[in-house]
Write a protein that binds this ligand. Structure first.
Ligand code: PGA
Length: 257
């Protein structure tokens, strides 16, 4: 089955109005050549409206790095799915490992956020992945199965048809260590097979991105793997030239597929 590649930039807690403006301009100026893939940018909440405005008239869309699972109410400091849609978002990152670890987001909260994103009309980009210790103890598949199962129990298998998954081994995020293409492919195939047990057709169509120190010099090998459908890019997405080079690598794989 043909799956359209996605390259997503997770800007994390970076940027000012000025650097954001220059970064978006740099990306939009060079992105036209990567027209066979979807490109998504995830700025901070405070830069969303600015980024959305700068992306008008381009094929690039934006998403939020988080949301609160409610529509409105007394939740000081939180932002809801409908607010993000109103601000121009199409996607929401759900369950990024930094939020699971630093903000103590558990499986239940992550599943509730996934559901809230879909209810608001956002496409959840669900992040899953294991720690170094879990990999060493051969628990990678078990950990990822649990992360997928908690979402599936909440929303049902059909919900995967409107979602994207990112496999991000925690030991590879921001460390410069990348999973080898074979290591990543193994886990991507596991994720697809896991979803196929519930729904074969949806498993064939769902986009599974790899994240964790993707750079211009390793992107092409990762994107050549049969079950890798693009990338979730952190550090390298803050530099227009690097991000565009990764987009170009994905576009090349998309055209050859
Ligand atoms: P990295 O981050 O590319 O800087 O490793 C990836 C991510 O956390 O999504």
């Amino acid at each position: 089955m043909h799956r359209r590649f996605i390259v997503a930039g997770n800007w994390k807690m970076h940027g000012s109005r000025d650097t954001v403006m220059r970064l978006v301009k740099g990306i939009t100026d060079g992105a036209a050549v990567s027209s066979d893939i979807d490109i998504v940018l995830f700025p901070t909440y405070v830069h969303l409206a600015q980024v959305h405005a700068l992306l008008q008239g381009t094929a690039i869309v934006c998403g939020a790095q988080n949301l609160y699972p409610g529509t409105q109410g007394a939740f000081t400091g939180e932002v809801s799915g409908p607010m993000l849609v109103d601000a121009g978002c199409c996607y929401a990152l759900i369950g990024h490992s930094e939020r699971r670890a630093i903000l103590h987001e558990g499986l239940e909260l992550v599943a509730a956020k996934f559901q809230a994103a879909q209810q608001a009309g956002l496409i959840p980009l669900l992040c899953v992945g294991e720690t170094q210790a879990e990999r060493e103890h051969k628990q990678t598949e078990q950990v990822i199965a649990q992360q997928l199962a908690s979402v599936m129990e909440k929303v049902g298998a059909e919900a995967w048809s409107q979602a994207v998954i990112a496999y991000e081994p925690i030991w590879a995020i921001g460390t410069g260590l990348t999973a080898t293409p074979e290591q990543a492919q193994h886990v991507h195939a596991f994720i697809r097979a896991y979803i196929a047990k519930q729904h074969v057709a949806i498993a064939g169509g769902i986009r599974i991105l790899y994240g964790g120190s993707v750079k211009p010099d390793n992107a092409a090998q990762l994107f050549a793997m049969p079950d890798i459908d693009g990338g979730l890019i952190g550090g390298a997405s803050l530099d227009a030239k690097s991000f565009l080079a990764i987009c170009a690598a994905a576009n090349k794989s998309a055209v050859m597929a």
